[in-house]
Design a protein around this ligand. Structure first.
Ligand SMILES: Cc1ncc(C[n+]2csc(CCOP(=O)(O)OP(=O)(O)O)c2C)c(N)n1
Ligand SMILES: [Mg+2]
Length: 321
């Protein structure tokens, strides 16, 4: 039976169970070299209060956006909009929630992350480089023949990439298998999967959703990047997915709706997902495609278009680079 205890955070008392407390205890510990997470007990980068994390994350996300745009500009092709829309969600995940060890990518107790919307590879690569999975100079070779960083994540080429993705619709099934495997091995590690809102038009996603609930996979957290756009236009026009929260609830999921650019809400959702028992959680995150640079925001055109020289200049100005 789980034992409950009370911890005090930001002046409020909360009841959480011991499993949760052991995973992400808020011990103050400065980690200057992120790759040195191997030496941290938990594998979580920001071992600080939520308030401190919220102060530090915007700068990390800003840097990640800059790296994404530099990378896309250098390659001359790739997916701008969907990388920027999910930048806050994944920066928060990698820094505060995901247990991982860049110097030991195969660490058996790591949390698993699946980028089901694999076209957001530039975001994934910027984060992996930031954590030292490979040298930052690799980012300059995105999408080049024989290079480590292909247009979609390839687990055989790129250290830190958990699983190859890019064919939309498959990631939730993969994450189900990972989470079930972890449960079978009695590990308290978790699986996270990022889905696009256009992606969930794929029927396979709903087969997987039934499976997660049927097997009560509570060490699974899906995140839906609800940016409202897909490759051919607005999700509502191509094939409507609302009422989205009701659908997931009807499929037996715990549903959390948030603003996917507000770190306070993002961190709260990850924590609530971690504390949920008996059902999987989906975080439906309202986001802006192309977030952070006005010329890319909410523009279908920039789904798969890299910035030109002038656009990069403007983007840098807006991002304070
Ligand atoms: C099975 C499959 N069909 C089509 C594509 C081509 N494709 C790449 S991205 C995309 C649109 C995805 O939209 P969404 O999931 O909303 O992604 P986001 O808006 O976050 O970029 C499509 C259709 C694909 N990668 N896989
Ligand atoms: Mg979308």
């Amino acid at each position: 039976m789980l034992r409950f205890l009370v911890i005090y955070q930001h002046g409020r008392s909360r009841s959480i169970d011991k499993r949760t407390q052991g995973r992400n205890s808020r011990i103050r510990e400065e980690i200057s070299d992120l790759a040195d997470l191997k030496n941290s007990k938990t594998g979580v980068a920001m071992q600080c209060s939520r308030k401190e994390a919220i102060e530090r994350l915007p700068e990390e996300a800003r840097q990640i956006r800059i790296e994404i745009l530099k990378m896309l500009h250098a390659s001359g092709s790739g997916h701008t909009g969907g990388s920027l829309s999910a930048a806050d969600l994944l920066t928060a995940l990698f820094f505060t929630e995901l247990r991982h060890r860049p110097k030991e990518p195969g660490w058996a107790d790591r949390d698993r992350f699946v980028l089901s919307k694999g076209h957001a590879a530039p975001l994934y690569y910027a984060l992996l480089a930031r954590f030292g999975y490979f040298k930052a100079e690799e980012l300059g070779h995105l999408r080049k023949m024989s290079c480590m960083l292909q247009g979609h994540p390839d687990s055989k080429s790129t250290p830190g990439v958990e699983i190859s993705t890019g064919s939309l619709g498959q990631g939730l099934s993969i994450a189900n298998g990972m989470a079930l495997g972890l449960r079978l091995e009695k590990k308290d590690a978790r699986a996270y999967v990022l889905l696009g809102d256009g992606e969930i038009q794929e029927g396979m996603v709903w087969e997987a959703a039934m499976t997660s609930a049927h097997y009560k996979i509570d060490n699974l957290c899906a995140i839906c990047d609800r940016n409202g756009l897909q490759i051919d236009g607005a999700v509502d026009d191509v094939m409507g997915i609302e009422p989205l929260a009701d659908k997931w609830e009807a499929f037996g999921w715990n549903v959390i709706n948030i603003d996917g650019h507000r770190f306070e809400e993002i961190l709260g959702a990850y924590e609530a997902a971690r504390e949920t028992r008996g059902k999987p959680t989906i975080i439906i995150a309202r986001t802006i495609k192309g977030k952070g640079v006005s010329i890319f925001e909410n523009k279908v055109k920039y789904h798969g278009l890299a910035p030109s020289d002038e656009e990069l200049e403007q983007a840098f100005r807006e991002l304070g680079q």
